[in-house]
Design a protein around this ligand. Sequence first.
Ligand SMILES: C[S@@+](CC[C@H](N)C(=O)[O-])C[C@H]1O[C@@H](n2cnc3c(N)ncnc32)[C@H](O)[C@@H]1O
Length: 259
Amino acid sequence: MAHWTQDFADYLAQHHQERPGITEEVLGRSLAGHHTPYTWLARAVSGRALTVLDIGCGSGAMSRYLARPGRVIIGLDLSGSELHAAAQRGPGPWVRADARQLPFADESVDAVVSSLGLAVIHPLEAWLGEVRRVLKPGGLLAALTPTVAPMSPADTRVAMHLFRTLRMAPVFPVGIELASGPVLAESGLRKIEDNRERYRFVVRSHADADLLLSALYLPGIADRRLDRATSWLARGVSREGEVRIPIPMRRIVAMKPTE
Ligand SMILES: C[S@@+](CC[C@H](N)C(=O)[O-])C[C@H]1O[C@@H](n2cnc3c(N)ncnc32)[C@H](O)[C@@H]1O
């Protein structure tokens, strides 16, 4: 397990070094009605939160969704390439550091957000303990994490077909059906919300298919499987005009107790 985790950490570092901004390109176009997962995450943060830390910020999407006068949004990530992309898009501050050792003082931030950090940053207890340390009492952690529901029967058919064509599902080191209450409680955080929403990324072209597939964590996948998946998506586009890929998400919100 430890070996696999280190392998995955290396894979993750390379994935983000080669494709900075790729997560934002896909999630920024994944919609439920008119909103993206980032809009939903930003809504969990109180207007009174003036110092917000975005953990695993990638290319800094959340800093744009959270921007408001008087608020500082600190983006933190391990990947230099992602932070370089973030710095070209927004003012920061951008901090290159490990979420498991946050370079901030105790009780120094009003809110923490993390889009996909719960599924990716391992081990959870290490960085959730750090989140608890840097949050002010009463401060919130709001996180998005991929999940398996809700999905309509049509969504399930599309997802299953895609994974069969790839011969694997995207890999997340922490697992995607997190028992959030106990995990948060172990780190001294109290869960106050755990909701689900289904987004869809619509593939209308070969370029869309390539974008989607290159955003997924598919360690070790053979090129021929990626080609088969691209061809399958392309056939769907020529038959129906588009293929709607379901992206179910969970929004988990927790509070640092005041005592
Ligand atoms: C799936 S991406 C999400 C990026 C961004 N939050 C978004 O949704 O657009 C996960 C990010 O977590 C970062 N990451 C992984 N492990 C980390 C760690 N230990 N500390 C800080 N960032 C980490 C990766 O470099 C990557 O940018």
